[in-house]
Design a binder for this molecule. Structure first.
Ligand SMILES: [Zn+2]
Length: 254
């Protein structure tokens, strides 16, 4: 009887830990007729801050991939390691393909949390809505593929499924946000635009960091070594430490 109880408890625990992820057909059937009513970077369901009251900040770094986005600013990685700054890395499937050794190195380092930045780096939409001239995914099936294509690649390489998703451009419609939730994902927005797609100067990066509040999610890029993100961070990180801020990965608090 005791053994049966233990087995049932284990079975229950396993069921709790691993809810079944819907198939692409289930997602299509459920959302086929849904018409989006919201669009943006900060719509309902997009997490913009981590709910903590202490002076904890969550630095995030996107690695976007593609023809102009598959670089790697290893100075940023070295800075984070030297200063012992935990960070959440949003990595696109194409960037992994272009940087397999560096990806494996990052995934092995407990300082970093590897999260999902999509398969093809498009805005997440069920209607193909575009932003900055970049067309979004155009159906529930494409939303599924954008999320789960990268999920499968990361899980195969690391043995661990990501829990947070950020799309290319960080734009979403509300139906796509619901699909992500069904797939077990929280959409990771941001409340501080740290480097504006790696276009800020070091001075602008310093100014942007003044907007950091407890629980802020700050978005930077680690894939543009010719841009100023590293030079800005080299000033921002010591300043934040002096001001008594601590740093954490999103998964530690969510
Ligand atoms: Zn990106």
């Amino acid at each position: 009887m005791k053994k049966l109880f233990a087995a049932l408890t284990l079975l229950f625990a396993l069921c709790q830990c691993a809810p079944a992820v819907p198939t692409v057909n289930e997602i299509e059937n459920k959302y086929r007729a849904c018409v989006p009513s919201a669009w943006g970077e900060a719509i309902t369901g997009v997490l913009r801050r981590v709910p903590v009251a202490e002076k904890i900040v969550f630095l995030t770094f996107d690695a976007c991939g593609g023809a102009r986005g598959s670089g790697a600013d290893t100075r940023i990685i070295e800075l984070l390691r030297r200063e012992k700054i935990p960070a959440t890395l949003f990595i696109n499937s194409r960037w992994i393909d272009a940087n397999p050794k560096l990806f494996a190195d990052l995934a092995r380092d407990p300082l970093f949390s590897i999260q999902n930045h999509g398969f093809t780096h498009h805005p997440l939409s069920v209607t193909g809505r575009s932003v900055y001239g970049i067309a979004g995914t155009a159906s529930p099936r494409e939303v599924y593929e954008e999320i789960m294509g990268c999920d499968a690649k990361i899980a195969a390489l690391t043995g661990k499924h990501p829990r947070f998703f950020r799309s290319g451009t960080a734009y979403y419609d509300d139906v796509a946000v619901k699909i992500a939730s069904d797939l077990g994902y929280t959409i990771a927005g941001f409340d501080v635009l740290g480097d504006r797609g790696a276009t800020y100067s070091a001075d602008e990066i310093e100014t942007a960091a003044q907007n950091i509040r407890p629980g802020s999610i700050v978005i930077y890029h680690m894939n543009q070594p010719k841009k100023a993100t590293y030079n800005g961070l080299r000033r921002v990180i010591p300043r934040l430490k002096e001001q008594g801020w601590s740093f954490a990965r999103m998964e530690e608090y969510l």
